[in-house]
Ligand binder design. Structure first.
Ligand code: MOS
Length: 734
């Protein structure tokens, strides 16, 4: 059905630009007369601004203005939930009033001729506060600051659990984690009369565009959002944050382009984070390991200004078969910035709790961890009562177990040795929902024999540019080098936000249709133009392969290059434009990807040294469109999971809400030396419910389940069950 350009390990078409410095990121645009904005962050987490003294700062060299809540333009609250694709990261407009809700909230913006001048002056803006004692930890949640967010129930778990012959009741916690993409957030705002161009690092130029229109109170057509290259975002760049509005308003007021960058320290406060979670898991089972009851009671934090739900309920409701199931999630309002999705939101903390509890239950039952999963395999989605569109998790488990050698595992704690080191083996399930949304794509076949595909989605580093080119190549036969892909500009036909691992499954049908329409347009010219070799031929008998129009039943060599057809009428190009949305039939299925992790750790009991020595992941995520970028996504996700398991935690000072490890020296993420030999196997079963190619998406699934595979391996080696992430050396000193 398709050429080898689909599925193979295709190198990114934008790779060269990225490694040669040719790719421009938001803060890189050389703009004339650019002024620099440096934000002044709040140093308290709860209270009010008493006074802002900016007299000295305003007189410093190069300073153009000091903005704050008393001298800023009016901004509007976004329509948010009332409008499609118009969601901000934080719904409170910056500088709305003098109230302080979290440490690091912007209280002033200094704009100067140079960055250094602005930075110097920002340090000389003196703010005094009426301060209250903040609440910053999840264990400070009380009934008065906690609300119900989500509730799922089937059967009667409350009655079934106490009667279950085998019971497990344990609580698991995950700390606040902070997105730390290499490229920090930045905005350059450039006004031309009443129109503004925003150079952004955004995972969603369309959403950003819509939010800016609402919050600035200016028409959509007066805003263009450009985000050509993104040094990743991991969810932190899905929605616009306050610095973007500050740049736009400051530039308008000063009549000069303004850049506002978010330094690494402020990445920990004003641009989202994964909230802390606490999950009480109650599992009831029969003696032979069949779940009779499955319960997850979840508490997470959100900010005082927004309800952000890190949804742990959905995966709890459907991962395993059980007649009785509840998943109840509460939000505690704390003095922290608004949380936001971070790679694998909801499922990642949920699977830490669920898969840890399953491992603990297996041990209680004296049963193999994998056997317990198979015993409780969900043949259908018991939460929605829908069949899976395509689920090969059983095969993923088996493939992984065979390749890893799981059957050689001696379940006895500390029994597997490698010299003086103890080995631990752990496994866990991973899963992520698959989705498909609306997209518009334009494909143009041009007189110079090239093609151009465009869409207002963006490539956040995952390979979206390349996927577009692969599909156009597949449908035209043009080599990748003759296909230009234009993304990351809100002026293009609207495309999806790069979130939820759904861009590929969403855009594929639109690229296919747009390409086909462009080819059809060329064929129409071929059959209606005098002197055309195909004049009066039935259009239905023609097709395009290898870039040539030819009779379907003859080889491409007998046809002519498509640009020769365009030349017959002196046309610069012909367009195909497609607008696609999820097929209603998708709703007849539960669409999820699945997989399994297997890992080996080594533990030196003398000095409590933990090292990961082997990692294997098997993924059932539909058909891979690009084996190279897909593998890169999974391995990257596992690395993030290793960070979650071993290192990551944002630590707040309880006195003032200051994230004290707000830098790369203290917020630890894995480096090469922490990462073992890794492998990833794709089962590659097309899921054609979602699109013709059967692709489901692979951005987030790799991270889910990793931390529990790791803590299970640690238990196997040491007998210590770590229920509070991250794993710390002192927990293993026994
Ligand atoms: Mo992903 S957390 O939806 O960018």
């Amino acid at each position: 059905m398709s050429s080898s350009v689909i599925g193979g390990p295709i190198t990114r078409i934008d790779g060269k630009l990225k490694v040669t410095g040719g790719a421009k990121y938001a803060a890189d645009y050389p703009i004339e007369k650019l002024a620099y904005g440096v934000a002044v962050p709040s140093t308290i987490a709860d209270g009010k601004i008493a006074r802002i003294d900016s007299v000295k700062a305003e007189k410093m060299p190069g300073v153009l203005a000091v903005f704050h809540h008393d001298n800023f333009d009016k901004l509007y609250r976004p329509a948010g939930a009332f409008e499609e694709l118009s969601r901000p990261g934080e719904s409170r407009p910056p500088f709305e009033d003098g109230n302080i809700y979290y440490y690091g909230q912007f209280v002033a913006l200094v704009v100067a001729d140079t960055f250094q001048q602005a930075q110097d002056a920002a340090a000389n803006v003196h703010v005094t506060y009426d301060e209250k004692a903040p609440l910053v930890l999840l264990n400070q949640a009380t009934t008065s600051n906690t609300t119900l967010a989500k509730k799922y129930s089937r059967g009667d778990a409350d009655s079934a659990f106490p009667k279950a012959p085998v019971q497990l009741d344990q609580t698991y916690t995950t700390p606040t984690e902070t997105h730390n993409p290499m490229e920090m957030h930045a905005t350059i705002a450039v006004w031309n009369k009443d129109k503004v161009t925003l150079y952004e690092s955004s995972q969603g130029v369309v959403n950003h565009h819509n939010v800016m229109s609402e919050m600035l109170g200016i028409p959509l057509e007066n805003i263009e959002v450009i985000s050509k290259f993104i040094g990743s975002g991991f969810g932190g760049k899905l929605f616009p944050w306050p610095h973007s509005l500050l740049a736009a308003v400051a530039a308008r007021k000063l009549g000069r382009p303004v850049k506002v960058s978010v330094p690494r320290t402020l990445m920990f406060t004003t641009v989202g984070h994964r909230p802390a979670t606490q999950q009480r898991m109650r599992l009831g089972a029969t003696q032979d390991g069949k779940l009779v009851s499955f319960q997850n009671d979840i508490l997470q934090h959100t900010s005082l200004v927004d309800d952000y739900v890190e949804d742990c309920t959905q995966v709890s409701s459907l991962l395993y078969s059980s007649p009785n199931n509840t998943a109840i999630q509460h939000l505690a309002r704390l003095n922290v910035g608004t949380p936001t999705p971070m790679r694998g939101p909801g499922r990642t903390p949920a699977l830490f709790a669920i898969e840890s509890a399953m491992d603990e239950l297996a041990i209680k039952l004296n049963m193999d961890a994998l056997e317990l999963r198979l015993k409780n395999y969900a043949e259908t989605d018991e939460a929605s009562n829908l069949p899976w569109s395509s689920k090969h998790l059983r095969e993923a488990y088996q493939t992984g177990a065979d390749r890893f050698g799981w059957s050689k595992r001696n379940p006895k704690v500390g029994s597997m040795r490698n010299g003086d080191l103890i080995q631990g083996w752990g496994m866990a399930t991973c899963t992520w929902p698959a989705g498909r949304h609306a997209a518009e794509v334009r494909v143009r076949l041009l007189a110079d024999g090239t093609a151009r595909a465009s869409c207002a989605t963006q490539d956040i580093g995952t390979g979206t540019y390349t996927v577009f080119a692969q599909v156009v190549s597949d449908k035209t036969g043009l080599p990748l080098g003759k296909i230009q892909v234009v993304l990351g500009d809100s002026a293009l036909p609207p495309g999806p936000t790069s979130g939820g691992s759904s861009v590929t499954s969403t855009v594929l049908p639109a690229i296919v249709e747009a390409t086909q329409k462009a080819v059809d347009a060329v064929i129409q010219v071929a059959v209606y133009t005098p002197n055309s070799p195909f004049q009066n031929v039935d259009a239905k008998t023609l097709k395009m392969t290898q870039g040539r129009i030819h009779a379907q039943d003859k080889s491409p060599d007998t046809g002519v290059p498509f640009q020769d057809i365009l030349a017959l009428r002196n046309l610069v190009g012909l367009d195909g434009h497609a607008k696609t949305d999820a097929d209603p039939d998708v709703k007849k299925f539960s669409t999820h990807s699945f997989g399994a992790h297997f890992c080996e750790i080594s533990f030196d009991p003398g000095i409590a040294r933990l090292r990961i020595t082997r990692w294997l992941t098997v993924i059932d995520s539909g058909r891979m469109v690009n084996a190279k970028t897909a593998r890169n996504q999974i391995l990257g996700g596992v690395v993030m999971g290793i960070g979650m398991g071993l290192f990551e935690a944002t630590i707040y000072d309880t006195r003032n809400g200051h994230p004290i490890n707000n830098n790369f020296a203290d917020y630890i993420v894995p480096v090469n030396a922490d990462i073992p030999e890794m492998d990833c196997i794709f089962l590659d079963y097309p899921d054609t419910v979602l699109n013709e190619y059967g692709a489901r998406g692979v951005g987030e699934i790799g991270l889910t389940g990793v931390a529990s595979a790791l803590t299970s391996a640690v238990y196997h080696a040491t007998g210590v069950r770590v229920r509070d992430l991250p794993i710390r050396m002192e927990q293993l000193l026994v």
